[in-house]
Design a protein around this ligand. Structure first.
Ligand SMILES: C[S@@+](CC[C@H](N)C(=O)[O-])C[C@H]1O[C@@H](n2cnc3c(N)ncnc32)[C@H](O)[C@@H]1O
Length: 398
């Protein structure tokens, strides 16, 4: 062993020793408690608190609490068609809205007050009327608008309902499975994602895959893994009538909803559904496998990648649609990123943890982590093919 190596070994040994004894000292101090009572002399000087800073932060948290509490008003407005009733109606009063909707005026007064306070509708104190601007209607009133977001609020109801399960999981591990949530999460997620899928799947994501659109036009076999309510499967099936589609999800009630949606859309004869996990679904020789916003919810993404590889034809393609969150935490500190972070903690991570698999990615693991989970299964070609403010789309090929 050379001198330098010996010196390095000794130095690191000394360092390890120092760190260990510091940790031991810390542990001992915790176990025994302080030797004597708190002494003023040994206390750290109190940090200087900027009172304005406290007030500013208090206001921020108050605003966040107001938005969180106001969420239920959006869910109610969406469910009762209040935003739709106000869209394009110009200035309305509670009485006018009650007349239009047949709902109880006193509740509508309160609801309109919340909407005005949150800035969702504009209040005119002179006339005491409330207006939903067209720009806000595009986000709250029209389910078919690509910018519709009211569908997300019922999801929050389901999240709050899992608080006890999450606290338990923090203590002992495990998680809260997708199947342990309630209908508002399933329905809400499907409604949340559908506008983006309608806007992008056929017009830009599939065309971005190498040679895929001609194959779909000619008649291809497609598996949509983790399909939930099957909206993505149905959108593709409607666009490519010569192709056959299988939607796969481990959650039975979602598959039931997907079957009904396919029948309603008139594509049931070319779309079948299977209740199965991402790593044990049936079939092989698929030209295309898709995963929309779901791989990171699965507890064994590497196992799913292996199953997808075996399910694909050798010249097949796996299209992975994931949240457009960054693997660099600090790049997610904006409204969409904040929603990703919060929903990862409350939904995605616990879903994967509940499956006790090899890897719980969370929804902001980033491209490198995804790629590392997928490529060893035999996907030598990997590239990002599209990006929206909400989704990143990857093409993985053998
Ligand atoms: C966020 S949702 C997305 C659903 C659908 N792709 C969409 O975009 O609306 C995640 C889906 O993954 C499904 N899922 C979670 N773990 C799964 C697993 N191991 N195998 C199959 N599906 C799974 C859930 O049941 C759920 O439908």
């Amino acid at each position: 062993m050379g001198e330098q190596q010996t010196a390095r070994k000794q130095t690191s040994k000394q360092a390890r020793g120092k760190a260990q004894s510091a940790r031991q000292r810390g542990r001992q101090a915790t176990a025994k408690g302080p030797k004597s009572g708190p002494s003023k002399a040994r206390r750290r000087p109190a940090p200087q608190v900027d009172e304005q800073g406290v007030l500013d932060f208090l206001m921020k948290i108050t605003g966040d609490a107001a938005a969180a509490a106001g969420g239920v008003s959006v869910a109610i407005g969406d469910r009762l068609g209040l935003y739709a009733a106000m869209a394009g109606a110009g200035p309305v009063t509670a009485a006018g809205l009650a007349e239009r909707t047949g709902l109880v005026e006193r509740y509508l007064q309160e609801w309109l007050a919340v909407q005005a306070g949150l800035g969702y509708v504009i209040y005119d104190p002179q006339d005491q009327t409330f207006t939903l601007p067209a720009e806000h209607a595009a986000v709250l009133a029209d389910e078919n608008s690509p910018t519709f977001l009211a569908g997300v609020f019922p999801v929050l109801r389901s999240i709050y309902g899992t608080e006890d399960g999450l606290v338990h999981a923090f203590r002992v591990g495990g998680g809260v499975g997708w199947d342990e949530h309630s209908d508002p999460l399933y329905r809400g997620t499907a409604r949340l994602f559908r506008p983006g899928y309608r806007e992008n799947i056929v017009s830009s994501w599939l065309p971005a895959l190498e040679g895929m659109v001609p194959r779909l036009k000619a008649g291809a076999r497609v598996a949509d893994v983790g399909c939930g309510f099957g909206y993505s499967t149905i959108i593709m099936a409607k666009a490519f009538p010569k192709s056959a589609f299988t939607g796969i999800d481990y959650h039975g009630p979602s598959i039931e909803a997907a079957e009904k949606a396919a029948a309603d859309a008139g594509v049931a004869e070319r779309v079948s559904f299977e209740i199965a996990g991402g790593s044990n679904f049936r079939g092989s020789g698929f030209d295309l496998v898709t995963c929309f916003d779901c791989l990171h919810d699965m507890g064994d993404p590497a196992g799913v990648a292996q199953r997808v590889r075996r399910a694909l034809a050798d010249d097949g393609t796996w299209m992975l649609v994931e949240p457009a969150a960054s693997g660099r935490l600090e790049e997610n500190f904006h409204p969409i990123g904040r929603f990703f972070l919060a929903s990862s903690l409350a939904i995605c991570l616990p879903s994967a943890m509940a499956q006790h698999g090899s890897l719980a990615l969370g929804n902001h693991a980033g491209e490198e982590a995804l790629r590392a989970a997928v490529q060893p299964a035999g996907f030598s070609r990997w590239r990002q093919v599209a990006q929206t403010p909400v989704n990143a789309v990857y093409e993985a090929r053998p």
